[in-house]
Design a protein around this ligand. Sequence first.
Ligand SMILES: NC(=O)c1ccc[n+]([C@@H]2O[C@H](COP(=O)([O-])OP(=O)(O)OC[C@H]3O[C@@H](n4cnc5c(N)ncnc54)[C@H](OP(=O)(O)O)[C@@H]3O)[C@@H](O)[C@H]2O)c1
Length: 212
Amino acid sequence: MKIGIIGSGVVAQTLGSGFLKHGHAVVLGTRTASRLAEWATDHPTGRVGSFAEAAHFGELVVLAVRGQVAAEALRLAGAENFAAKPVIDATNPIADAPPIHGVLRFFTNLDESLMERLQHEFPGARLVKAFNSVGSACMVNPQFAGGRPTMFICGNDEEAKIAVRGLLDELGWETADMGRVEAARAIEPLCMLWCIPGLLHNDWSHAFKLLT
Ligand SMILES: NC(=O)c1ccc[n+]([C@@H]2O[C@H](COP(=O)([O-])OP(=O)(O)OC[C@H]3O[C@@H](n4cnc5c(N)ncnc54)[C@H](OP(=O)(O)O)[C@@H]3O)[C@@H](O)[C@H]2O)c1
């Protein structure tokens, strides 16, 4: 699959490397290509471009930028470049205010998630929340004694979620589909819960599993 990633941070780089490892074609998008010079050298089969070039390239697009600029990044990418495509939304609405006793602060509330805001502004995008509730070091084929961890996803488009489920399967995850975009109100705060052991005890190697 051709995958365009909007972002140059650790999440974009990690997922880009992971997708390349599994045989996909990847373009990473940034406003400043020099930020990705090392990644480009280490991954000669991957490519670097603008946000718009990455979005245009992808049959599937990943949004991996700071939550506060997520809408701005999609505007820069150009809605026409990701219209009707599955768009994995890995962002979290983390505010600038410092954590309180290890609990991150969000600029959203429990009645409106960041993904709902993005879906409202970009109705043509087939957004799927995924990869937001685990640290980058555990995103690609993580190894846990408890077996495959669970990625909670949501989104309004069933076909887009099937595509994302396929990628998650390759990257060593089981998928729990929590339904439509409003479920992001519950999935985004999983990031707060996931970060608490890290912020309190510098323990960042864990993931969620749904037991049934
Ligand atoms: N770090 C993790 O382990 C982790 C895990 C799960 C989810 N997440 C979420 O994933 C997202 C990405 O996290 P990250 O740590 O990889 O990167 P990040 O540092 O949060 O974001 C870097 C990206 O934001 C873009 N950006 C910054 N200011 C911008 C602006 N004014 N306009 C447009 N774009 C702007 C940068 O663009 P340029 O490329 O042009 O510099 C860069 O691509 C975040 O929402 C984060 O909450 C992070």
